[in-house]
Design a protein around this ligand. Structure first.
Ligand code: GMT
Length: 375
């Protein structure tokens, strides 16, 4: 198949999933055309069957806001037409689903049929999409999509709750490429950040308010008071300053390390003992799944799709949103004894394998077939 994938190229989970999906499909012989405004972070270098089409919006002085969606639509039309695509798969509804719909209509007027599948990732529904300034467009585009997928059952239910649609929604969970065994800890690298007796707790996110990074720092401070540890924070965003200020106010600066944005999170995970995900809401929690795949148990909030990923008492523990005492207590249950930590590491790694690429990729491929057979 020749598939166009429209995505955000950034560090966010939706872009990561879309890029990894495209790479996996290309390895299976499909021809993949990524369409977005800059090179996707996880794309890597030149590869067979992978093509990247950059959407560049010129800075015309008339516009206070550059019309990205219009330029994206034109690019989609062009790529579908000249690369002879069979199908479009758009990740994140805004504005990708509406651009795909518009491109589909333009192409129809030229006698070209192109179905599009919309994959909802979370905030496009739970935060941004239901905002009245977007809602009518999102509802329309969902209903016009040839198929809709969500990354969790929870996001599927949220979509039905917030939008007027009775379309079938396919749940296709996010995936990881599993390691054959728990990756070995790089002792030299680990020693840069902590001594042998100090557990390394980590958090990776875009530091947006929805992540509640203030809870990450609070939970860590409570853990550290009982068992001296280190907190490794990867990523950047609006609430990083808040986290930095909290660490200073709590007098734990020497225990908290901000590494900033990292393209590849696996070296961070490979020296970590525990992952914290304290989000207010999370449609899935790809960062937690990636941690589990590296053998890092997860202390998380019990919200959205996270319970579909993190198995309470097995791959980690779940607590109510904001219950930092319970999160710290659970963290200490895991890290206080070497044997418990080793058990949870193994269980986290084992549980992640339910979400292996091998299990999930065929779900997308059969949906593609279904959509193509139905037009
Ligand atoms: O978490 C974010 O803020 C980024 C966002 C995105 O769209 O890239 O992540 C969403 O999609 C990920 C991939 O499907 C999910 O794992 C995240 O849970 C989801 N974020 C939220 O729902 C807040």
């Amino acid at each position: 198949m020749k598939i166009g994938i429209v995505l955000y190229p950034t560090f966010g989970g939706s872009g990561v999933v879309a890029t990894e999906l495209g790479k996996a499909l290309a390895l299976k012989g499909h021809q993949i055309h990524f369409i977005t405004y800059s090179q996707p972070v996880r794309l890597g270098s030149f590869r067979e069957n992978i093509f990247y089409h950059e959407v560049s919006v010129s800075d015309y002085p008339l516009f206070d806001f550059q019309p990205y969606e219009t330029v994206l639509t034109s690019k989609i039309v062009d790529v579908v037409k000249y690369e002879k695509l069979d199908l479009l798969h758009v990740h994140y509804a805004i504005p990708h689903a509406s651009a795909a719909f518009m491109a589909k209509e333009i192409l129809k007027s030229q006698g070209i049929k192109i179905p599009f599948i919309t994959t909802l990732h979370g905030t496009d529904i739970t935060l941004v999409g239901k905002d009245p300034s977007f809602e009518p467009v999102i509802t329309f585009c969902l209903n016009q999509s040839d198929a809709i997928t969500t990354v969790s059952e929870s996001l599927k239910q949220d979509t039905y709750k917030h939008f007027e649609t009775n379309r079938e929604i396919h749940v296709i969970p996010n995936f990881i490429i599993p390691f054959d065994e728990i990756p070995k800890v790089d002792a030299v690298k680990r020693a840069v950040y902590a001594n042998e007796s100090e557990p390394i707790i980590c958090h990776i996110s875009n530091f947006r308010p929805v992540k509640r990074v203030e809870d990450v720092v609070s939970v860590f401070a409570k853990i550290n008071a009982q068992k001296p540890s280190k907190l490794l924070l990867a990523g950047d965003g609006p609430d990083r300053v808040l986290a930095e200020r909290m660490a200073r106010d709590l007098g734990i600066c020497n225990r908290v390390i901000f590494v900033g944005k990292v393209r590849d999170t696996s070296p961070v995970l490979q020296i970590s003992d525990l992952f914290l995900l304290t989000s207010e809401t999370e449609s899935f929690g790809l960062a937690a799944l990636e941690a589990m795949a590296s053998g890092v148990p997860v202390i998380s909030s019990n919200t959205g799709g996270i319970p579909e990923v993190n198995k309470n008492g097995f791959s980690g523990y779940l607590s109510n949103v904001g219950d930092v005492d319970d999160m710290a207590k659970n963290a200490l249950r895991i890290i206080s004894f070497e044997s418990t930590l080793a058990l949870f590491k193994k269980q986290a790694w084992e549980h992640s394998k339910h979400f292996s690429l091998e299990n999930i990729l065929p779900m997308y491929e059969s949906l593609y077939e279904e959509v193509l057979n139905s037009i």
